[in-house]
Design a protein around this ligand. Structure first.
Ligand code: FAD
Length: 454
């Protein structure tokens, strides 16, 4: 089977940008509609030693889904939910299905696909798997990795293969890195194979979800509340999200909630389960950490959750809008993705702000997954030199993060933008092993060159 590649300028340009702010014009674009076509495209590319970079919805913030080398392989045409087996709690979907659509189809049957990246209404199943996507509820459910039960993958030579997780609960055979091939592809950012179909293990939807927004006058109280919530003997939040003073100001503006104007920090808690919400325990914990009580809001209905989701998304959306006018002059949003053990978050944020201050950079707008010790610091870089100055502050922050036992990239992947920071975290042996796995699965180095393995 031979598949036509599009080489006209308009089509190539349409796939040349993702959410990183970078632009890379591919030499050609392939838009297959089934796995056999994907296999044919990769086989042809392998025969010609031509690079192939898979792309889903191109919401990558790291330049992982764009390329100026070889073929940009869009998986959006593989957009079918193949099977939803309610009795066995399994769902199979092609790589180009939008994650939000898949989650809704499962929810209609009372089932939960727990992965919840903020971008779920746009991003694809294949992209979310390739980035090991996570979100607010990863505090309870982890990232997407443990929910992937099987993958259909086109390997670097064009052969299609299916990998299934073993359903055993113990295993002593071999090194961890070789035990489960599904794990090779989850988080591999398109560098080891192209996912064409995935099967997810589902959970029952909780009977009840309660959201609580808690404004605080001081960041130290808010972050102490987060630590206390994680260590609480009976409370079991499924998410603990955080906004600093600047992010809280954006939220107060978006909600027109005047009670929030005095707040300097905001924590959003979600408690999900069966039976009554332990609301009294949450309010007692909030009171003992000096939350601004009249400004506390509780969310229980579908409409209220939609509102809460809207204002939480107002922060990244506003930062995206603020950066847009500077694109033409080489500026872009600079966003961090580091994480530290959660009790260290307050200390590291303080040190990170001091670094920005010393460099004469305006404070970042900071928000995100405090329960996992995982904030996003956002800046608007107005021009290339400004972006470079901010990135020097980011690099200095990442050194602190590593010293605290943290990671340089906890959620959005490494892609092209963060590949240079891998050696801060991985030693020579780990980097050697990373390259050895890449060589074993992609000996010609044709898959997603420049991502992850620089
Ligand atoms: C506003 C916004 C909010 C975001 N919030 C989150 C968040 O909360 N959590 C989070 O984890 N991420 C988040 N992201 C980052 C990004 O959306 C996710 O990582 C997402 O899962 C990427 O999916 P995609 O379909 O857009 O993939 P793309 O951006 O198209 O590709 C991402 C990577 O996956 C590879 N890839 C894509 N499809 C395949 C395939 N079928 N087989 C093999 N490799 C493939 C690409 O080569 C690339 O390396 C956010 C991004 C934006 C813009």
């Amino acid at each position: 089977m031979s598949v036509t590649l599009a080489t006209d300028a308009d089509v190539r340009a349409a796939y040349s940008r993702d959410a990183s702010g970078l632009e890379r014009l591919p030499e050609a674009v392939a838009r297959p509609t089934d796995a056999a076509e994907v296999a044919a495209i990769v086989a042809e590319a392998a025969g010609a030693s031509r690079p192939v970079t898979a792309a889903g919805a191109q919401t990558s913030t790291t330049g992982a889904s764009i390329t100026d080398r070889g073929v940009l392989l869009s998986l959006r045409g593989l957009d079918r939910i193949v099977d939803l087996d309610v009795a066995r709690r399994l769902v199979r979907a092609q790589a180009g299905v939008r994650l939000g659509d898949l989650k809704r189809a499962c929810a209609a049957e009372g089932l939960l696909l727990p992965a919840d990246p903020t971008s779920e209404e746009d991003c694809t199943v294949g992209g979310a798997i390739a980035c090991n996507a996570s979100g607010a509820r990863s505090l309870r459910h982890g990232p997407i990795r443990p929910h992937v039960a099987a993958l259909d993958v086109v390997l670097a030579d064009g052969r299609a293969e299916q990998f299934r997780r073993m359903r055993i609960e113990k295993n002593t055979v071999g090194y961890a890195a070789v035990q489960d091939p599904v794990d090779w592809f989850v988080g591999s950012e398109g560098t080891l194979g192209v996912v064409t179909e995935a099967t997810f293990a589902l959970e029952p939807l909780p009977e009840r979800v309660t959201g609580i927004a808690l404004p605080f006058a001081r960041e130290t109280d808010a972050l102490a509340f987060v630590v206390a919530a994680r260590r609480h003997r009976t409370l079991d939040p499924r998410c603990l999200e955080y906004c600093d003073a600047q992010a809280t100001a954006i939220v107060a503006h978006a909600t027109h909630d005047t009670d929030w104007l005095a707040a300097r920090a905001l924590v959003y808690v979600e408690d999900a389960g069966d039976g009554d919400a332990p609301l009294d325990d949450w309010l007692a914990l909030a009171e003992s950490h000096a939350a601004i009580e009249p400004a506390i809001r509780v969310y229980e209905t579908e409409a209220a959750f939609r509102d809460a989701r809207k204002w939480r998304h107002a922060v990244p959306a506003t930062m995206h809008e603020r950066a847009a006018p500077f694109r033409a002059s080489g500026g872009r949003r600079v966003s961090t993705d580091w994480a530290v053990p959660y009790p260290a978050l307050g200390r590291v944020l303080g040190q990170a702000r001091a670094l920005a201050d010393e460099a004469g950079i305006a404070p970042a707008v900071t928000f995100g997954h405090a329960g996992n010790g995982h904030p996003h610091q956002n800046w608007v870089g107005e021009h290339p030199e400004h972006v470079a100055r901010i990135e020097r502050v980011v690099e200095a922050t990442l050194r602190l993060v590593i010293a605290e036992g943290g990671t340089v990239a906890a959620e959005h992947g490494v892609g092209k933008l963060k590949a240079r920071w891998l050696p801060l975290q991985l030693g020579a042996r780990q980097l050697g092993l990373l390259r050895a796995i890449k060589r074993e699965l992609d000996p010609q180095g044709i898959l997603a060159p420049g991502n992850l393995v620089a």
